[in-house]
Design a protein. Structure first.
Length: 291
């Protein structure tokens, strides 16, 4: 197994600790929650340039990040992928200017200082999650994913598409069929993270719906949270729509308010969704305490 270390100069605000906390609470990625805070974010993932498994450790040093990856495959590709996953490749120097145009986003930036959207390790894993989470509770989908990793993954990484497409899986509904379609799309290059990251997000969302089992919401998830496109609009996220109505007023639309967010519409949407989930957990926790 080889090891490779690279330094990334991060342009604009970024906090590793805020990103770590956000990712720990992001069910599909399921980072193990540390009992004590460390200055390192660690993860295991599938490199989408050659489908090898790799481990990564990321540390922050003022305005730069050190990314160390180890594995037997494309380690340069692994570094680039982690930088994309954590949005460290994005010039975010104009992100603070959004607060001047939108006081709601100003409040969100204050509550989540230095957050850059991070989520799925790749569009492939985002697509697989969208299938696993269809018509089941999130907790159940997370258990299904954990089972696939434990039984068919390697080194803690999600199963490679070449293996996933050959499996005879006992899963609810048409999930096994849809996972094979996702694996085929990945092997055909249709879920390439670098390509989707650079492409027009609206066109990518339309194109991805040609994959069996992938609808509008899933396609947006793949592009905006899998390829981590910084300026896309999650038009099919009902929880975000509810947050818009609560924060801006019932007569305001996502398309209308998001004009002030450009060129960071994804970033703004993720901040609002993160705060909504945070409030939901706090309300749920308070309810359990009262009982």
């Amino acid at each position: 197994m080889s090891r490779h270390t690279a330094k990334v100069n991060v342009r604009g605000p970024w906090s590793l600790n805020t990103s770590r906390q956000f990712w720990e609470e992001f069910t599909p990625s399921a980072l193990p929650q540390a009992e004590t805070r460390t200055e390192t974010l660690s993860t295991v993932f599938r490199v989408d340039t050659d489908w090898s498994a790799a481990g990564a450790e990321i540390t922050q040093h003022a305005t730069s990040a050190t990314i160390t990856v180890d594995g037997d495959g494309d380690l340069d590709g692994a570094v680039a992928q982690i930088a994309r996953v954590l949005a460290l490749d994005i010039d975010g120097r104009e992100w603070p200017a959004v607060r001047d145009r939108d006081p709601v986003i100003a409040d969100a930036q204050d509550q989540l200082p230095g957050l850059r959207p991070c989520g799925f390790h790749s569009p492939y894993e985002a697509a697989a999650w969208s299938v696993l989470s269809q018509r089941v509770r999130i907790v159940q989908a997370a258990h299904l994913r954990e089972r696939l990793v434990a039984e068919y993954g390697d080194h803690g990484a999600f199963p490679a598409p070449g293996r996933l497409r050959r499996l005879d899986l006992d899963l609810p509904g048409r999930k096994a069929e849809y996972l094979r379609a996702v694996a085929d799309a990945a092997l055909d290059g249709r879920l390439d993270g670098a390509i989707l990251h650079a492409a027009d997000p609206e066109r990518s969302v339309r194109d991805l719906q040609e994959i069996k089992g992938i609808g509008p919401f899933a396609a947006e998830l793949i592009v905006l949270r899998g390829a981590n496109v910084p300026d896309g609009l999650p038009a099919n996220d009902r929880r975000l729509q509810a947050e818009i109505a609560e924060r801006y007023g019932a007569d305001r639309t996502l398309e209308e308010v998001s004009r002030a967010w450009r060129p960071f519409r994804t970033w703004a949407a993720v901040h609002l969704r993160a705060l909504r989930e945070q409030r939901t957990r706090e309300i749920s926790g308070a309810g359990r305490q009262r009982r």
